[in-house]
Design a protein around this ligand. Structure first.
Ligand code: SF4
Ligand code: SF4
Length: 246
């Protein structure tokens, strides 16, 4: 696949429109190697009305990063049929309102770097020009920031930045592989939210530390639970991390 990457600042403009009238409609949903973040999974499993455990089992492949011991979760596709996304239909994406962050951001990609001393983040965007994608010809002109707002990428970016902070932390404190138990807890807390909820409410120590309002929020609200899970992982697996706390 031929691609051209062009760096853009938030105020830069680019021309792009994606419509079902284009002959490339759905072409971007094949030949996939789609990584999923914890927030992608939260949105997708709720969109499909299934548990995180069922979502992981049915729709994802999982391996452990050989150098980091961290989970790498991708959408399961069938290479014999062109690695087509399991959610694409002739009329488009069946999980459109909850599609993953990279699908939302496309044809842009977001790159983030963290200042090691201050912990502050800088973000950059790039256009991804793939030869099959006709959205650039005669597309609507817009700024990068307008695109990000219109595609509702912000909640994904916020959650993904919290994840990135934890991964940077892990790599600084434990540069090599995670042990098996920590790897398991990391994966369960962040990627299998319904499993984590059961764990949390049956583990006496964790449960006793929760206030009444935390109890209610974490039982009912998956986003609140994921924010809690990110902080739980930081505290329980990487507790020497005080240099990032502000
Ligand atoms: S214009 Fe690009 S993003 Fe839109 S359907 Fe065609 S290939 Fe996909
Ligand atoms: S989730 Fe939707 S937009 Fe993303 S690749 Fe699958 S069908 Fe296409």
């Amino acid at each position: 696949m031929e691609e051209n990457f062009i760096p853009l600042s938030p105020d830069d403009k680019f021309r792009f429109s994606c419509t079902s009238n284009l002959s490339c409609f759905n072409e971007c949903c094949r030949d996939l190697n789609q990584f999923l973040t914890p927030y992608d999974i939260l949105r997708l499993k709720n969109s499909l009305g299934i548990s995180s455990g069922m979502f992981l089992k049915t729709y994802t492949s999982y391996h452990t990063g050989p150098e980091t011991g961290l989970p790498v979760i991708t959408l399961k596709t069938d290479s014999a049929s062109g690695s087509i996304c399991p959610f694409v239909t002739p009329s488009g994406c069946r999980v459109y309102k909850d599609r993953p962050s990279s699908c939302r951001t496309y044809p842009l990609a977001r790159l983030v770097s963290r200042n090691r001393e201050s912990g502050s983040l800088s973000e950059y965007y790039m256009t991804i020009k793939e030869t099959h994608c006709l959205g650039f010809s005669d597309g609507k002109e817009q700024t990068v920031s307008k695109w990000i707002i219109e595609q509702d990428v912000e909640p994904y970016n916020r959650m993904n930045d919290m994840l990135m902070e934890i991964i940077s932390l892990k790599n600084q404190i434990i540069p090599g592989e995670l042990d098996i138990k920590s790897g398991y807890l990391f994966r369960m807390a962040l990627y299998d939210l319904d499993g984590f909820r059961s764990y949390l409410f049956t583990d006496k120590e964790d449960h006793d530390a929760l206030s009444e309002s935390d109890n209610i929020a974490l039982k009912q609200d998956d986003t609140a639970l994921l924010v809690f899970a990110l902080s739980w992982v930081k505290q329980n697996l990487f507790s020497n991390a005080s240099f990032y706390d502000t």
